[in-house]
Design a protein around this ligand. Structure first.
Ligand code: BES
Ligand code: MN
Ligand code: ZN
Length: 478
């Protein structure tokens, strides 16, 4: 679906007004014949008992127009526009209307564009039965919309959709090798440099965490490095590393998950899918900052060759860990990826990982846990998330009593820290692999990366949560 700005309204345009509460001012200001229309609109409002609550809508048949409300004006945020815009495009899809014009406060052009594009998303490629009924909305224009914001919103939403599509593919389609192939193909297409390394290289490089987790699978692990360098590199630009957890399927390994918990574990590659999506978007947006994407792709499976509880791993950076539970595999793969990323001397490392069920218990499924070794970085991400609508909540890394729990009698650390504070001890494990002097933030996206019910502009399945916030972060790095 395309979103474009448009300068004029035409007689036969399907018009969609995004209004605050029940206000008709926007209609008054834009429609010449509003006087004759007003009684009609008011009548429909009365019949439909239109209260002007967020997302509430009315439809007028002749002329064909829709009014969607954003709710009370004091509660209106950027994300409210995104949410209502998603309702708009979903409605057009349902009503089989291929083209329309949105009339709204144009300072929200980016959020409206994102909402419109995300609202029609549906992972329908494997559903054969309702194919005939399906309808694609072709284009929605925004009256006097801001060209630059619409372009930015389109690229951002497109990235989020790219990530969703990849997350939604099951483990029989996406394994470490196919994930690496897609990363290479899709990123090279937009001019990025991509290196994919095989299991031989992974072992030679001492990435034993990634190797050990991956070796129980039919499909060996892969290490993916994606590079964006700004063209006009006059002054020395900042360097950002994005790291994504890339477990194409997490069965738990020998500490195998039971059925209910194993279900949906195709989601465990969400951080990686986000990383690929973000890198593609960055290639199109061309900011003046160097960005590297790092992914350790592996499948966690039980097998005669699988790693075991009690195993001791020597990681790339020389630290050692005792395996307490093979289902705490994400941190074991990320250890080596974070070490490798650290060696590239970035100013900042941000990782995204569906790391712990404990984080979902702590914050619920709609908020990601944020951890950082630098409060300015944490605050920057928290502020951006308020605009992007991707909820973050900071959790602590300074609890030294909790840190004791990942100590091991036979190695430097062990890969679990018990039931209490599980999201925090997992983050503390990762912190061991961040080199001194590098600013680091970790987003535990286990909750919001995937949804089993629709909400806001999310349909069932992968959400691409984190993509918008990180793109915004990169674009605002100077
Ligand atoms: N991938 C899971 C975490 C997860 C759980 C993501 C639910 C999304 C939804 C991770 O690898 C895992 O299995 N973590 C264990 C850690 C435990 C064994 C210490 C968990 O959270 O139960
Ligand atoms: Mn696991
Ligand atoms: Zn996992």
């Amino acid at each position: 679906m395309l979103v474009n700005p448009v300068k004029n309204l035409k007689e036969d345009d399907v018009k969609i007004f995004l209004v605050e509460g029940t206000s008709l001012k926007l209609l008054e200001d834009t429609l010449k014949d509003f006087k004759s229309l007003k009684p009609k609109v008011e009548k429909v409002m009365e019949i439909e008992k239109f209260k002007g609550k967020k997302g509430e809508s009315i439809k007028l048949i002749d002329p064909l127009l829709y009014i969607f409300s954003l709710g009370e004006s004091e509660k209106i945020t950027e994300d409210a526009y995104r949410e209502v815009a998603a309702k708009v495009s979903a409605r057009l899809k349902k009503d089989k209307i291929g083209k329309a014009v949105v009339i709204a406060d144009t300072k929200y052009s980016k959020a409206i564009t994102e909402g419109l594009m995300l609202g029609v998303y549906d992972f329908d490629k494997y559903r054969t039965k309702d194919k005939e009924d399906r309808f694609d909305v072709e284009a929605i224009n925004i009256l006097n919309g801001n060209q630059k914001d619409i372009k930015l919103g389109s690229i951002t939403a497109d990235a989020q959709i790219f990530s969703r599509n990849l997350v939604n593919e099951p483990g029989c389609v996406i394994n470490p090798i196919t994930l690496a192939n897609i990363a290479k193909e899709e990123c090279e297409k937009v001019g990025l440099e991509v290196h994919v390394y095989d299991e031989k290289w992974i072992q030679e490089q001492g990435m034993n965490g990634l190797w050990m987790v991956g070796k129980g699978s039919e499909t060996p692990p892969r290490f993916i490095h994606i590079i964006y360098k700004p063209k006009k590199n006059k002054k020395k630009s900042k360097k950002i590393a994005i790291v994504g957890k890339g477990l194409t399927f997490d069965s738990g390994g020998l500490n195998i998950k039971t059925g209910d918990y194993m279900r949906t574990m195709k989601l465990d590659k969400s951080g990686a899918c986000n990383t690929i999506a973000i890198m593609r978007a960055i290639a199109k947006l061309e900011p003046d900052v160097e960005v590297h994407g790092f992914i350790g792709a592996a499948e966690n499976m039980p097998d005669g060759k699988a790693y075991r509880p009690d195993d001791i791993i020597v990681f790339r950076n020389g630290k050692t860990a005792e395996i307490d539970n093979t289902d705490a595999e994400g941190r074991v793969t990320l250890a080596d990826v974070l070490s490798y990323a650290s060696e590239q001397n970035p100013d900042v490392i941000i990782d995204m990982a569906t790391l712990t069920g404990a984080c979902v218990v702590a914050l619920g499924e709609f908020t990601a846990g944020l951890f950082a070794n630098d409060q300015t970085l944490a605050d920057t991400l928290l502020n951006i998330s308020k605009i992007t609508g991707e909820r973050l909540w900071q959790l602590p890394l300074d609890d030294e009593n909790l840190r004791e729990k990942i100590k091991s009698p036979v190695a430097d650390i062990k890969n679990t820290g018990g039931r209490y504070g599980g999201a925090i001890t997992a983050a503390m494990f990762l912190q061991e692999f961040i080199a001194d002097g590098i600013k680091w933030a970790h987003l535990d996206i286990a909750g919001p990366a995937f949804t089993e019910k629709e909400y806001k502009y999310y349909s069932k399945g992968g959400t691409g949560f984190g993509v918008r916030t990180l793109i915004d972060y990169i674009l605002n790095t100077k």
